[in-house]
Design a protein around this ligand. Structure first.
Ligand SMILES: [Zn+2]
Length: 116
């Protein structure tokens, strides 16, 4: 049974490998690319791998937070986990669609995504 870290590494290596394969496929099928074509492909692939890294790190944070509900930002009571919701935070690497844990405070009757 691989450790959680090994599983995370395997996911990232797999993503990196698919990016590398795509670059090589493109290179094989594009005999004489000009500089702007090369830039376009490389930036696109870099963006994809950057997003995978962001998702991986955010996913690990979420897993740590899932054990106990975070405190309500208003009243400090432990909030209840209400399931995963899709969000698309804008990061400098681009828009990364991820699932985040959503929590609800029974006292304040409001829902929050924990900060992060
Ligand atoms: Zn509250």
């Amino acid at each position: 049974m691989p450790s959680a870290r090994e599983q995370r590494k395997a996911r990232l290596v797999k993503e990196a490998e698919s990016v590398v394969n795509e670059l090589l496929d493109w290179s094989d099928n594009t005999p004489e690319p000009n500089l702007s074509q090369i830039e376009h492909v490389v930036l696109e692939l870099r963006k994809r791998f950057s997003e995978a890294m962001v998702r991986e790190v955010i996913g690990a944070q979420e897993a740590k937070q899932a054990a106990i509900g975070p405190p309500c930002p208003k009243c400090g009571q432990e909030m209840r986990y209400k399931g995963q919701k899709k969000v698309t935070p804008q990061t400098w690497v681009g828009d990364v669609e991820i699932e985040r844990g959503y929590y609800h405070c029974g006292t304040c009757k409001v829902g929050f995504f924990p900060s992060g």
